[in-house]
Design a protein around this ligand. Sequence first.
Ligand code: PLP
Length: 389
Amino acid sequence: MDAKTQGLSTRCVHAGEGHDAHGSPHTPTYTTTTFAFPSTAALLDVVEGRASGSLYTRYGFNPTVRALEAKLASLENAEAALAFSSGMGAESALFLAHGRRGVICLGDAYGGTLEMLTEQLPQLGIRTALLLGHEMDRLDVLLAAGYGLVFLETPTNPVLEIFDIAAIAARAHVHGARLAVDNTFASPVNQQPLSLGADLVVHSATKYLGGHSDLTAGAIMGSRELIEPVFGWRKNLGTTPSPETCALLSRSLRTLVVRVRQQNANAQRIAEALVRHPRVRRVLFPGLPGFPGHPMAARQMAGFGGMVTIEVDGGTAQTAAVVDRLRLFAIAPSLGGVESLATQPVTTTHHGLSEGERARRGITGGMIRLSVGLEDAEDLIGDLEQALG
Ligand code: PLP
């Protein structure tokens, strides 16, 4: 059977796996930094690109790194993928390779991404522009001014705004710009940006791809032509992940589909239960029919994800008291792991923003962002109900 026609679960288990002479069911971990050659001619074949053998692990020329990258590419239906030592490592290389004509960020994004776009890339002379969802009418003007890369997350953090990937890709392409989508929140199980017209996908693999809150990694997927220029930046920024991390991430990816589908189902149950709760003012979740992004999410997503944001009746301090009463949900940033986490965006992801900027982004003191894990949904709902009092 052609690997391209296999289902996502099959590819999660088998894509990229290499079997050794001892019959290992998956790629062994090559904890080596360098590789020996039978001759100088054989070494030069790899150094000069005529053969794709192993050479030096920081280059990614290591069988464990390559096995992971073949799996990552397959999961996003991409020609090629590069693995990174963190999500920010992936984004740095993305912006340096493809953002030099200017980067437009649509909607809210992870705090580190916003810091890089507003404070760091401009220091290198790279222009950046940040547009929120209601400012989309300015997109074409910026594209006409020659910005070369549009970057967005969908669903966004923490308000789970949904952007129309196909429509934005078309608008970018009219002007010769590229669209890169941070697919961390959705995961390839719920959303396939490349199939919708995006040019590149980036992930914090620390989240759903890793899925167990025990590794830090990142990834970029796309066509061979667009991944090629990213390779040199990764090589010399030195942000290739270790073979041990690659092996751990490959291990995690084998269960990605079952984990994410269960997290989707748990999140849906929680969202539906909390919508009726008297202390909950709003539930932001793309799977609720009344949520503004629901119709778009239903069109472009295969599942609505495991992230739920609720807004309780109260300010920052009263909301912190609710969070502090949680027993099963841990009070922690990050997301996508098997264990459920709760965080107030005002104390973590959006802590550094001014009051006014938070208001502009619709982030309030009453918000609690839930990363729903794999516990029983009844237990999670019970925990939230007792904390809400
Ligand atoms: N993208 C998103 C959506 C994130 O939530 C994060 C981290 O929280 C990142 C990128 C950065 O990833 P990492 O922490 O692996 O560098």
